[in-house]
Design a protein around this ligand. Structure first.
Ligand code: SF4
Length: 361
């Protein structure tokens, strides 16, 4: 989210769930409910608003939890009535929630319309039926298309969430899902690499050697392609990876899988590695023991250098360079100026480089 946009998160935990997603640790019960009350919603909103006495930013209330529209109608109404009131008074600007594709129909959307909800995010996870099936999602691909179409017809912003590395998923299937997302023209996307969480069916599969999670490297590799694809089509990827919390950490509730607290930065750095490699690979022989100078907008510096200078080390090692120097220059973010001292000079465009890459996949 941008600096000018602030989210008031309200997590709506379910008291169990009638579904059996293999990656989730919700206890299986029939019927969805929650112990979040309207008073809690009001208190949370007030607490956050008190930190913005003279606000110049847009504020959005977001109900997270995954299956909002599966909760009993009367409870949905009670919870939505609170942000609805704040929106009518002009104290907040927008309302968003997340739900499952099979919990969307005209009746549901009419209710959300009545309470002025702006954005509906669908937990899609994959657009491959075998992946959905083996992951115990309990909905199919067709339902995703129908729900997405309906959400857009009603004029809501459509958010789509996908997972990578689910059971039976692979790189090609993930790219296919992303390409299908592009066709659905979402307003925003989230990408979650699958983690093996404690007390899930996936944990059992993992312990029985029936499931191998992606390595961090594989997850970054796939997420990099997806991010480039979405960027190329101007679709905003608002999150990559679960938010680190006290429990979402390796060794706590995360048993295994590609968890990294700054996975987004790893992906962003990897994009620059691909762009630089694509150009520099042509000049292997011109680089031996030379200095490579990269000039760029200050906002790109850390991603170009990579975490712990990983991209710099990569280039020095690959091209046998003497060293790599990165300097800030007052140029647009899209531009990277490259100088191989006493040799080549070039101006690269991130947009153009991504375009070339996307054409090949
Ligand atoms: S991920 Fe699946 S099992 Fe978990 S709460 Fe959502 S629908 Fe239920």
């Amino acid at each position: 989210m941008s600096k000018n946009h602030y989210i008031i998160p309200i997590f709506v935990p379910h008291l169990g769930c009638p579904h059996d997603c293999v990656f989730c640790n919700q206890r299986r019960i029939t019927g969805l409910s929650t112990d979040v009350t309207p008073n809690y919603v009001r208190k949370t909103i007030e607490e956050h608003l008190s930190t913005f006495p003279n606000r110049k930013i847009t504020i959005e209330v977001a109900f997270y939890g995954g299956s909002f529209t599966g909760i009993q109608n009367s409870i949905q109404k009670e919870l939505l009535a609170v942000p609805f009131e704040y929106k009518n008074k002009g104290k907040i600007d927008a309302i968003r929630l997340s739900t499952r594709p099979d919990y969307i129909d005209k009746e549901v959307l009419n209710l959300l319309n009545e309470y002025k909800v702006d954005t509906i995010e669908l937990g899609v996870q994959s657009l491959n039926d075998e992946v959905l099936n083996k992951s115990g999602r309990g909905h199919n691909v067709q339902q995703v298309y129908i729900a997405s179409k309906l959400i857009k017809e009603y004029g809501f912003n459509l958010g789509l969430q996908m997972m990578i590395g689910l059971v039976e998923d692979n790189r090609e299937r993930a790219i296919f899902t992303a390409k299908e997302f592009v066709k659905l023209e979402p307003y925003c996307v989230r990408i979650y690499p699958t983690l093996v969480i404690k007390d899930t069916y996936l944990e059992k599969m993992y312990n029985n050697n029936d499931y191998t999670p992606l390595s961090l490297e594989e997850a970054v590799d796939t997420a990099t392609i997806l991010l480039m694809l979405f960027e190329y089509y101007n679709i905003n990827v608002i999150r990559i990876g679960l938010q680190p919390t006290d429990n979402i950490r390796l060794g706590k509730d995360v048993i295994a899988g590609p968890f990294h607290p700054s996975i987004r930065q790893l992906v962003e750095s990897n994009i620059y590695r691909i762009i630089l490699k694509d150009y520099l690979d042509r000049y292997y022989e011109d680089m031996f023991n030379k200095t490579l100078i990269i000039e760029t907008n200050g906002k790109n510096i850390s991603n170009i250098a990579g975490q712990k200078s990983s991209n710099i080390d990569f280039m020095v090692d690959r091209y046998k360079l003497k060293n790599v120097k990165i300097y800030i220059k007052d140029i647009p973010r899209d531009i990277i100026e490259i100088t191989i001292v006493n040799s080549k000079k070039a101006t690269l465009s991130r947009k153009k480089a991504i375009e070339n890459y996307i054409k090949k996949i």
